[in-house]
Design a protein around this ligand. Structure first.
Ligand code: NAD
Ligand code: UGA
Length: 463
């Protein structure tokens, strides 16, 4: 039975996942380790509301388990030595150099973990791939471990994570399924069972699926590709709706009631963001091409092409509607996170829309309930479109949303934060220059009511 778990990587996945394991399995000691000292300090902050990741319900669980059987530290070697089971939950970003640049997953952090484990492990370990990885990565991991370790045996499992940010705790407590891929040998099945037993502390057994390693690795990329494809599909139709006076919400409801299609993940938007959809589909495209499967690669690549188009067309629609110039015009952007209830901004559509508007010399004011000014500037600087001084000149970040609207020409709703729905829109309208334009990229406001107030209203997917 597993008694001691180590997780390498204390990020959006490692942190919440291990917190839930520790909360549900008080008999297992869980060590979460990371090389990022600042992040570990934040996980250990005496004020639990200061932990580095905002997720509803997370701080309560951390409070409950931290110091009991949940520990955050930078002592990676020590945690590896002590553990029976090691989760690898490090980042696997898109490569920014060399072969596969801009497409393939960068596996250098994974390989570093494997080499470190091989270097310090003194007894047999079960290694769990928690990060999202290209299919057949377990083969490479095994090669490294078997060829560089002392006289130690490793079993490699694939246990991809399906949580979504903003609902991570709920997703972990009550998952649709847990997937565990293992080698189809006696030892492989024993390792698989050890991990099944961990999850069985709170997940019903019919929701714990076991497969071979390759199916499990590929299922993770496939799940994200299917989800993102739905968003791109509905976004493609949102543009057609705008031309034809159909309403994308009504279309989504009409098709979603067909139980074969289902109603979830059919919300048109300013484009999907987040750290994974784009990276995982690019990875799928790259893998398919590397096997010579051109049509398969082209098929999935279209999901990304459509998403880029959706972001770009939202920005260009703002420019076009504001009489073809936004130069010197104040535009309030509500929301910077890639979705509500998270402080994560990775690949958020806001970044690209702001960048396009800055190219047109707009003066942008941003408000997001959870994202810091530092993060917003870092996101823009990362694009390298202009100097960081120019980004700071063009973008003001405010802590009070009501500071956004004075003399603004337009408002763009970028993230579907609930609080935006409850604003006093009449008084906001009064503060703005006229005509007052409102671009709802998330369909969260009542279009007709806003028009009654006097706004010139654009809602995505509404003719
Ligand atoms: P993250 O960047 O938030 O966290 C990764 C952490 O790993 C960082 O804190 C980094 O310092 C640490 N790290 C990197 N190399 C290390 C090393 N050698 N030793 C110790 N620590 C090291 O990333 P994330 O969002 O948690 O994603 C992790 C993986 O999970 C990715 O493969 C991602 O695709 C996948 N995933 C993410 C989500 C999500 O919602 N973010 C959901 C499912 C799967
Ligand atoms: C997604 C998946 O939902 C998770 O199952 C997966 O584990 C995770 O990626 C991952 O591998 O990282 P996440 O990116 O956190 O989770 O959030 P989603 O809820 O999937 O939203 C992704 C993006 O799509 C957001 O920008 C969201 O606003 C957008 N979206 C989602 C829409 O525009 N319309 C929808 O109907 C749904």
């Amino acid at each position: 039975m597993v008694k001691n778990i180590c997780c390498i990587g204390a990020g959006y996945v490692g942190g919440p996942t291990m917190t839930v394991i520790a909360a549900k399995c008080p008999h297992i000691k869980v060590n979460v380790v990371d090389i990022n000292t600042k992040r570990i300090e934040a996980w250990n902050h005496s004020d639990v509301s200061k932990i580095p990741i905002y997720e509803p319900g997370l701080s309560d669980l951390v409070q409950q388990a931290r110091g009991r059987n949940l520990f955050f530290s930078t002592e990676v070697d020590q945690a590896i030595k002590e553990a029976d089971m090691i989760f690898i939950s490090v980042n696997t970003p898109t490569k920014t150099y060399g072969v596969g640049k801009g497409m393939a997953a960068d596996l250098k952090y994974i390989e570093l973990c494997a080499r470190q484990i091989a270097d310090v492990a003194e007894d047999d370990k079960i290694i769990v791939e928690k990060s999202t990885l290209p299919v057949r990565t377990a083969e490479a991991l095994k090669n490294i471990l078997d060829n560089t370790s002392k006289d130690v045996k490793f079993q490699i499992l694939s246990n991809p994570e399906f949580l979504a940010e903003g609902t991570a705790v709920q997703d972990l407590l009550n998952p649709d399924r847990v997937l565990i891929g293992g080698e189809q040998t006696e030892e492989g099945r024993m390792a698989q069972k050890a991990l099944v037993d961990v999850y069985a502390n709170w997940v019903p057994s019919d929701r714990i699926l076991t497969t071979n390693v390759w199916s499990s690795e590929l299922s993770k990329l496939t799940a994200n590709a299917f989800l993102a494809q739905r968003v791109s599909s509905i976004n493609a139709l949102s543009e057609l709706c705008e031309k034809t006076e159909a309403d994308v919400n009504e279309v989504a409801r009409a098709i979603g009631t067909d139980s074969r299609i289902g109603s979830k993940f059919l919300k048109a938007s300013v484009g999907f963001g987040g750290s994974c959809f784009q990276k995982d589909i690019l990875n799928l495209v790259y893998i398919s091409r590397s096997y010579g499967l051109q049509e398969v690669a082209d098929y999935w690549e279209q999901v990304i092409i459509m998403n880029d188009h959706q972001k770009r067309r939202f920005a260009s629609n703002i420019v076009k509607t504001l009489y073809n110039t936004v130069s010197g015009k104040k535009i309030a952007m509500l929301g910077w996170a890639f979705k509500k209830d998270t402080n994560d901004t990775r690949e958020s559509a806001s970044i690209y829309v702001a960048d396009d508007l800055l190219n047109e010399q707009a003066e942008i004011v941003v408000y997001d309930p959870k994202v810091t000014a530092e993060q917003i500037y870092a996101d823009l600087d990362y694009l390298n479109t202009r100097s960081s001084e120019e980004n700071r000149k063009g973008v003001t970040v405010v802590n009070d949303p009501m500071e956004c609207f004075d003399q603004a020409h337009a408002i763009a709703i970028m993230t579907e934060w609930d609080e935006f729905k409850d604003y006093d829109w009449k008084s906001i309208y009064n503060k703005m220059l006229k005509p007052a334009f409102l671009f709802d990229g998330r369909m969260i406001l009542d279009h007709d009511k806003m028009e009654d107030i006097g706004f010139k209203m654009y809602t995505i997917g509404k003719g």
